[in-house]
Design a protein around this ligand. Structure first.
Ligand SMILES: Nc1ncnc2c1ncn2[C@@H]1O[C@H](COP(=O)(O)OP(=O)(O)OP(=O)(O)O)[C@@H](O)[C@H]1O
Ligand SMILES: [Mg+2]
Length: 341
């Protein structure tokens, strides 16, 4: 089994990279039962196992209630904004680091792109770019932010270009591309009070006024930070609804039920031959202790455990994540490599 792949993915902040992601799917790999697996040739098994490992390490998005809520809110806003020429509303996805904000935005982008492609199958030929994704650079100035949009579209920019020119260039480009959804991630990078700060907010406001698209702002606790504290911020807040993400708790029954649901949703996507959803039901508390309720840590732990089980060539009847398996993951690898890790 190969450990390395030569595949290098373009970043989402470039049109090609985002398009590859948006056109991709996270359809599960079909997993055979034990009997069929045992009759497969070694080569076919290896191929299947490589696909399963790659799938677990790809952009696999679990449709948690939070992810569904973000998709639904984005769709509602797109409907609400329609062809309106001003006063468009947007969505803010806020919360601590690692709570799944970017992932939820990616799920919404994929959904919107798929719907757009259904309505406009020839979007590539028409040069349409229905979805745009940019990240705010640290300590961003207005110009640096405008340049991110230009780079995304592959528009040429020169150091001497003025902010006004860049805004014109970018908004003309986005209007021509028929952009419907703009996701601006890492918005907390605007947070620090520096001279470029309010200018960057103005760039966003100016773009959202010029481009008939729905805007989604994503960042660490952006709903609470100084970003919304001044007049301009309040103006933005008034038009944005909020999706706040947090680590999951298990303090009461409702929280425990939600956590159980999340664990179950992950179990459905492990692609292991002998693992059934519900097998980890008794380990939900243990999983919470290990991950502190972080979806990022849960994904890491469960997908990582599943990858290790497949990579180390476990017998199909042992391809099942148990509490013991989670405890012993590093042990298994160490054993396989004869203690040379
Ligand atoms: N719904 C999900 N399905 C699968 N994996 C998820 C999901 N949500 C989050 N993850 C995983 O958790 C990790 C953190 O998620 P993500 O990057 O979306 O968090 P974030 O809130 O954007 O963090 P940051 O504020 O640091 O940018 C990622 O590795 C991601 O793959
Ligand atoms: Mg993020």
């Amino acid at each position: 089994m190969k450990l390395f792949t030569d595949q290098v993915l373009e970043p989402l902040t470039h049109l090609e990279g985002l398009t590859t992601f948006l056109k991709g799917t996270d359809e599960p790999v079909e997993v055979p039962d034990i009997g069929s697996y045992n009759t497969m040739s070694p080569q076919a098994r290896e191929e299947l196992n490589a696909r399963r490992i790659a799938h677990l390490g790809s952009d696999l998005i679990i449709r948690t209630p939070q992810v569904r809520s973000v998709i639904l809110k984005v769709v509602h806003l797109i409907l609400l904004n329609g062809p309106r020429s001003s006063g468009r509303c947007g969505l803010m996805i806020s919360g601590e680091s690692g709570t799944g904000k970017t992932t939820a935005a990616k799920a919404a982008m994929r959904y919107v792109y798929a719907r757009y492609r259904r309505d406009h199958p020839d979007l590539d030929r028409l040069g349409r770019v229905p979805v745009v994704y940019v990240e705010v650079p640290p300590g961003s100035t207005g110009k640096a932010l405008a340049i991110q949009f230009a780079r995304f579209l592959g528009l040429p920019v020169l150091p001497r270009d003025t902010l006004e020119y860049l805004l014109h260039l970018v908004s003309a480009g986005l209007i021509e591309a028929g952009t419907k959804l703009v996701v601006v991630d890492e918005l907390h990078n605007l947070k620090r009070t520096n001279p470029g700060n309010s200018e960057s907010v103005d760039v966003l406001k100016s773009l959202s006024n010029r481009i008939p698209a729905t805007f989604v702002y994503v960042g660490i606790n952006i709903h609470a930070g100084p970003y919304l504290a001044d007049d301009r911020g309040r103006q933005v807040a008034g038009r944005f609804s909020l999706e706040q993400l947090a680590n999951y708790g298990i303090a009461n029954e409702a929280e425990r039920n939600l956590w159980d649901l999340i664990v179950g949703l992950f179990e459905e996507r492990l692609g292991l031959i002998s693992h059934e959803p519900g097998d980890l039901a008794h380990s939900a508390k243990y999983l919470h202790e290990r991950t502190k309720g972080s979806i990022g840590s849960l994904a890491h732990l469960l997908f990582g455990a599943a990858q290790v089980l497949i990579f180390t060539g476990s017998a199909p009847e042992n391809e099942r994540i148990t509490r013991e398996a989670l405890d012993g993951i590093s042990l298994d690898l160490a054993t396989e490599f004869g203690g040379s890790l």
